[in-house]
Design a protein around this ligand. Structure first.
Ligand code: DAH
Length: 325
């Protein structure tokens, strides 16, 4: 039995192994049931008694050597295998991004987008305005003086500073009249607040305000603009009716109704901008005239998505607000 040859083979085998599978095979080859070192141990009894301790010691040394080489090589192999794994896992930052949309937009957001995108094509500017307003913008400048009964109808949330949460999007008309040169076409979607809560009212809701100011704008222009819009929104030729109404900031004023299975349904308020409103914001009301309109977005979303109770829109029931029609 050439022990030194066995030792040399062992070293050579470990040197040439390059995977954890190779290492497992070496364990079988040397220490398995019929392994080379195992066989040696089995043969120990065939040696003369006086040689046995020496041979036994050599066999032990071989086992130790095996373990030592095994530990060292497996460390090396593990490191190498890990590096390969890591290099396979690298992220290619130049790959195109997955832009597929997950989740869905809330019906209110979709309705705002549907209405805004229509008026954008008609040349309107989308305007934003503050939700905290002064009494001046929310009421006075809209021709609603201090003791006007219309103020009571608005169920206003007042702040301790004397300001208030806007009760409608109409104050954005005033900001726009102050900010821009005429002519003007704006659309303002946004949140409004009223101290009111029942199946058809929530304390916060959304409106869209429209304002058009130019030379020679008349009620016919207003009618055409709104009838065209309603036909677009509901995707069919609707029966539309303009019913005389009253708003302090328009003269004349009208309420727009559409015909639905159940009869006439009130959809929005509108009218010709009151000269007082133009005057207060420093616009020459002899040169310019205009129309305005305001509609409730929840009402439009309810009709578009067949939702019966408006509170559903704010209760986070994903099924109800998933946007499926
Ligand atoms: N601001 C009114 C409201 O909240 C809605 C409205 C009516 C807006 C007529 C207008 C309009 O611009 O012309 O009830």
């Amino acid at each position: 039995m050439d022990l030194s040859k066995l030792k040399a083979d062992l070293k050579k085998d470990f040197n040439s192994s390059s995977s954890s599978i190779d290492l497992q095979n070496l364990k079988v080859k040397y220490l398995g049931k019929k392994g080379k070192i195992t066989n040696l141990s089995k043969k120990l009894s065939t040696f003369e008694k006086k040689h046995r301790p020496k041979v036994g010691k050599k066999i032990n040394e071989l086992k130790l050597l095996f373990n030592e080489l095994n530990d060292k090589t497996s460390l090396k192999i593990e490191k190498k295998e890990l590096e390969i794994e890591i290099s396979k896992d690298q992220v290619d930052v130049s790959l195109p991004v997955d832009t597929s949309q997950r989740g869905g937009l809330h019906p209110i957001t979709r309705t705002i987008e549907k209405i805004s995108s229509y008026f954008l094509t008609k040349g309107y500017l989308i305007e934003d305005g503050p939700e905290i307003e002064s009494e001046y913008y929310n009421f006075d400048a809209l021709n609603i003086p201090q003791d006007h009964p219309a103020r009571d109808m608005h169920d206003t949330f007042y702040l301790s500073t004397g300001d208030l949460l806007r009760t409608h999007t109409s104050p954005v008309q005033i900001h726009a009249l102050e900010k821009y040169e005429m002519p003007l076409k704006i659309l303002c979607p946004g949140k409004v607040y009223r101290s009111d809560s029942d199946p058809t009212h929530t304390p916060m809701f959304h409106q869209i305000e429209g304002l058009v100011i130019d030379k020679n704008v008349n009620f016919g222009n207003l009618k055409k603009e709104l009838v065209d819009f309603l036909n677009y929104f509901f995707g069919k030729d609707l029966k539309v009716r303009f019913r005389p109404s009253y708003f302090p900031f328009t003269e004349p004023s009208a309420e727009v109704d559409i015909m639905d299975q159940k009869g006439w349904l009130e959809i929005m308020g509108c009218g010709m901008v009151h000269p007082n409103v133009l005057k207060m914001s420093g616009i020459d009301y002899k040169k310019y005239s205009g129309f305005a309109f305001g509609l409730g977005i929840e009402r439009m979303a309810k009709l578009d998505y067949s939702i019966s109770d408006m509170r559903i829109l704010f209760e986070n029931d994903l099924k109800a607000i998933s946007g499926k029609k």
